[in-house]
Design a protein around this ligand. Structure first.
Ligand SMILES: Cc1cc2nc3c(=O)[nH]c(=O)nc-3n(C[C@H](O)[C@H](O)[C@H](O)COP(=O)(O)O)c2cc1C
Length: 261
């Protein structure tokens, strides 16, 4: 009986150890692969004006308090696919910052930036030279994280014009539930701001509590890769359209009615 217990103990410890080391290796391997892809990829160059060119770029915003958690793991998979298709990427972690909510002062309507000088203004600046956006958030009580919410409210209020007509997609990570509601919450920001929404083969979600869990979510990771390739395809199509002389749609003077008058 004692020998049996000992054997079970060693067996269980062995499994736990190999799980951890395997996942850690996978995680490191992921980051190495990403770096290699960045170094070797044939980047897509675009003409900004007569004299300037730059590489096509997607910003990926991580709204999780965990810098290298589940949301990050999902975003890395999207970034890898984008990189493989020649699109430069930058993952920006805002979820660990203390980002206050919008004070509705309206000063940004004149200035184009927020009176609170924090990552919101940094991202508005970066958005000027970005071609697409992926916003990733963990599910917190069936919605996006509090920090992501305050970040997005202020980013879109102050920096809407820097994102308009550029493709966007949301990505969510949850242990179990609340993913569709949270994804919907992210999509609302794109659809009020003239942004084409990029889709995948399924809704953009991964499952897990730890990055190791997400690495085991094979379907979730495939959804992320498809999302990355779809975004790259749309970005290239938009660029080809511009070269062929297709301009942005003309906008009408803005109507703002409410339900009172
Ligand atoms: C405050 C809080 C609320 C959460 N609410 C939910 C929830 O409603 N549904 C769910 O499935 N998981 C919930 N979770 C678990 C996280 O969504 C899940 O662990 C996620 O994958 C973590 O991603 P991250 O590592 O990028 O932070 C919650 C976690 C926290 C900290």
């Amino acid at each position: 009986m004692k020998t049996e217990m000992k054997t079970q103990f060693f067996l269980i410890s062995g499994i736990i150890f190999s799980l951890f080391s395997c996942n850690r290796t996978q995680s490191t391997q992921n980051e190495q692969n990403m770096q290699q892809k960045e170094d070797t990829m044939d980047k897509i160059e675009i003409q900004v004006n007569d004299t300037t060119t730059r590489f096509m770029k997607v910003l990926l915003i991580n709204g999780s308090p965990h810098e290298k958690g589940c949301t990050y793991t999902a975003l890395c998979e999207v970034a890898k696919a984008l990189n493989a298709d020649g699109i430069e990427t930058e993952i920006i972690h805002i979820g660990g910052d203390n980002i206050r909510g919008c004070s509705a002062c309206m000063a940004c309507k004149e200035s184009g930036h927020c009176v609170y000088n924090d990552p919101v203004n940094e991202v508005i600046e970066k958005a000027k030279t970005a071609d697409g956006f992926i916003f990733g958030s963990p599910v917190h009580y069936s919605g996006i994280s509090g920090t992501m919410k305050t970040f997005l409210d202020r980013l879109f209020y102050a920096g809407a014009k820097e994102l308009a007509y550029k493709p966007g997609a949301g990505v969510v990570s949850a242990r179990r539930a609340g993913t569709t509601a949270s994804l919907q919450q992210l999509n609302q920001y794109f659809t009020i701001n003239n942004m084409p929404v990029v889709s995948s083969q399924y809704w953009n979600m991964v499952h897990g509590n730890k990055p190791e869990d997400v690495l085991k979510d094979r379907e979730g990771l495939q959804i992320m890769r498809t999302l990355g390739h779809n975004m790259a395809w749309l970005l290239k199509s938009i660029e080809a359209g511009k070269k062929a002389g297709i301009t942005l749609p003309e906008t009408e003077p803005r109507e703002r009615t409410n339900f009172i008058e």
